[in-house]
Structure formats: structure tokens, C-alpha cells
Design a protein around this ligand. Structure first.
Ligand SMILES: Nc1ncnc2c1ncn2[C@@H]1O[C@H](COP(=O)(O)OP(=O)(O)OP(=O)(O)O)[C@@H](O)[C@H]1O
Length: 316
């Protein structure tokens, strides 16, 4: 668990962070979101002491971070950043093995761990282990950055706009992979982004910052339903909120079970997956100009139907 109590950071006389209090529970994915310069990166870097806080307390599992040596603390936490920070003259495998090497793991254990992580992140070891960072695409380099952050199996992962420089499709893929990894690894993650759509998709809890302060924190649903003020509302996209809400809700929540007597008559309807979002369902209805869809299970079997009027039941 990470706790920030009335934490501030002053650069000269300027408050980059101004008395924020925040608790991130173990296993929680907490996203800090806000416009440029609001203090997100400074907050993240205070947690691993790349930046020292000026006032307040930061605790990891109840212990003040100042009681740890800074380097020791950083080795206990994964850190992934937008520019990846990979060493350009080191191979992918050597980059991933950095922290285990610093922790003096045996070469055999490091090799085993590097191979395991490359497989976990979808980087075929035989193809990528010996490549140099310059030979990687942006998406592959980010995967290496995340693998390196996970190398020593830290409980805490700090991620600063890790997918910020990627094209939208690669970015979506890596977001999906982070969610898949998180459902398996249950790390305590603090993730910084300026992109509210990314925050809504990834977060268990979103913390909205403005001018060094926290203006609201809550689940994606809470923010969408009850934005604290106009600033939060504008970050959420104002009138677009209905679509964003639909993007967070699964088809399964509103579908009607399939009536076997009607199955044949509905067999020609366009299909949507039970785990797809209502936003996708709406898009399919608009595209196919139809008012209902057949809902299929993961293995493609029809399990229900979803009607246009059902979608209106998501309204708050
Ligand atoms: N080393 C520094 N020295 C002086 N001022 C700094 C320093 N680092 C950050 N700041 C200032 O602190 C404020 C918060 O910066 P920070 O990088 O935390 O914002 P951010 O929300 O992460 O922004 P961005 O999304 O643009 O990265 C800004 O006004 C910035 O100019």
C-alpha cells in the first residue's frame, strides 16, 4: 500500500504539488490524470524518491520512504516511462535483466527470468533477446520497458505515460495487455497519463489533478456520473460522457437471454460478443442500421439478444 499524507513539492517558490493526500491499496491500479504541468510526474517521482518531497509524508506499507536508502527503494519498485530509458548499447535481454543484476541474482536465474518476461510481454526470446533498442519499433521498445520494470517482481509499479508516444492501435494493444497482466499479477500500480480515455479504460480509481492539487478521485463510473466540477467534466469530454459510459459497460449486463423459439428468426442479426462494450454494440447498430443484435459467447455460440431500447437502460 502507498500512502501520501499532505505531500507537497516546491521548486523554488512554486508549488508543483500542493498538499495532496492519497492512498493506493495493494493490487489497485490508480491513474493520475490531468493537464500538462499539474504535478502528475512529480507525484510519481516522489514515490520512488527520484524527487524528494518538501513536506508531508509518503509511506510504503506503513513505513516512511525516507527511512529507506533511495536506491534500495527504487529497486523494490518497477518504473516505466514514455521514453523507455533503455540503454542503447545493451541488448534487449541485458536491458531487461538490469535490476536482477544489481540485486546480484545468479546468471542462470536472470536468464530464466528474462525469458519468462519476454514471453509474458509477447516478445519471442529467440527473435528479440539479442536485438538492440534501435532495432525495435516503438511498441516493442515499450514492451521491453515494461518487462524491465517487472524484472525483479516488484509489488509496486510506477508508470509515467508509458504508452504516450505510440500510435493509437499499438497503444490500445498495450493497454489491453497491461489489463491482462494486471488481472494475473495484481501489482500496486500508479499510472500517469493526460489522456482521460486511457484513464477510464485502465483505472480501478482515477485521481484528477489540477495545479498541484487533487480535485477529485473515484472509480471511472463515479467520475462519469458525478464529476466534481467543470474542470473534471471538460476532461471527461463534456457531452461525450454517454458514449464513454457505454464504453465501460459490457454487453452482458443488458442482454436478454436467447428465447430458443426465436433463435432461428434472429439468426441473421449482426453479432456482438458478450464481453464487448455497449459502445461497440451501438456502433454496430448504427453501421448495420438495425435495432437489435445477436449476442455470442466467447466460442461464438448465440446466447442472447441486445435491443436498441436496452441501451437506454445504462443512463444514470
Ligand atoms: N526540476 C524542476 N524544476 C523546476 N520546476 C519543475 C521541475 N520539474 C517540474 N517542475 C514544474 O512543476 C510543475 C509540475 O510538473 P510535472 O512534470 O509534475 O507535471 P505533469 O503533470 O507531469 O506534466 P506533463 O504531463 O506535461 O508531464 C510544472 O509547473 C513544472 O514546470
Amino acid at each position: 500500500m502507498i500512502e501520501l499524507r499532505e505531500v507537497s513539492k516546491l521548486f523554488g517558490r512554486e508549488h508543483a504539488v500542493d498538499g495532496i493526500s492519497l492512498t493506493v491499496a495493494s493490487g489497485e491500479l490508480c491513474v493520475l490524470v490531468g493537464t500538462s504541468g499539474c504535478g502528475k510526474s512529480t507525484t510519481l517521482r516522489m514515490i520512488n524518491r527520484l524527487i524528494e518531497h518538501s513536506a508531508g509524508q509518503i509511506l510504503i506499507d506503513g513505513q516512511q520512504i525516507r527511512s529507506f536508502n533511495g536506491q534500495v527503494l527504487r529497486r523494490r519498485m518497477g518504473y516505466a516511462i514514455q521514453s523507455t530509458g533503455l540503454f542503447p548499447h545493451w541488448s534487449v535481454a541485458r536491458n531487461i535483466g538490469l535490476v536482477p543484476r544489481l540485486l546480484k541474482w545468479t546468471p542462470a536465474r536472470i536468464e530464466e527470468r528474462v525469458t519468462e518476461l519476454m514471453e509474458l510481454l509477447g516478445l519471442e526470446p529467440a527473435t528479440f533477446a539479442d536485438k538492440m533498442p534501435a532495432q525495435l519499433s516503438g511498441g516493442q521498445a515499450q514492451r521491453v520497458g515494461v518487462a524491465r520494470a517487472l524484472a525483479a517482481d516488484p509489488d509496486i509499479l510506477l508508470m509515467d505515460e508509458p504508452f504516450g508516444a505510440l500510435d493509437p492501435i499499438t497503444r490500445e494493444t498495450l493497454q489491453d495487455e497491461l489489463l491482462r497482466l494486471q488481472s494475473r499479477l495484481r501489482k500496486t500500480i500508479v499510472f500517469v497519463t493526460h489522456d482521460m480515455d486511457e484513464a477510464l479504460k485502465l483505472a480501478d480509481r482515477i485521481v484528477v489533478m489540477n495545479q498541484g492539487r487533487i480535485v477529485q478521485q473515484g472509480t471511472p463510473q463515479t467520475l462519469l456520473h458525478e464529476p466534481a466540477d467543470e474542470f473534471v467534466e471538460s476532461l471527461l469530454g463534456g457531452a461525450d460522457r454517454g458514449l464513454k459510459q457505454a464504453g465501460l459497460t459490457r454487453v452482458a449486463t443488458l442482454m436478454q437471454p436467447l428465447d430458443p423459439a426465436q433463435a432461428k428468426a434472429k439468426a441473421d442479426l449482426p453479432t456482438v460478443g458478450v464481453d464487448d462494450s455497449l459502445r461497440l454494440a451501438l456502433s454496430l447498430m448504427l453501421w448495420h442500421r438495425c435495432e437489435s443484435l445477436m449476442v455470442t459467447s466467447e466460442d461464438g455460440q448465440p446466447v442472447g439478444t441486445l435491443a436498441f431500447h436496452d441501451l437506454l437502460r445504462t443512463a444514470p
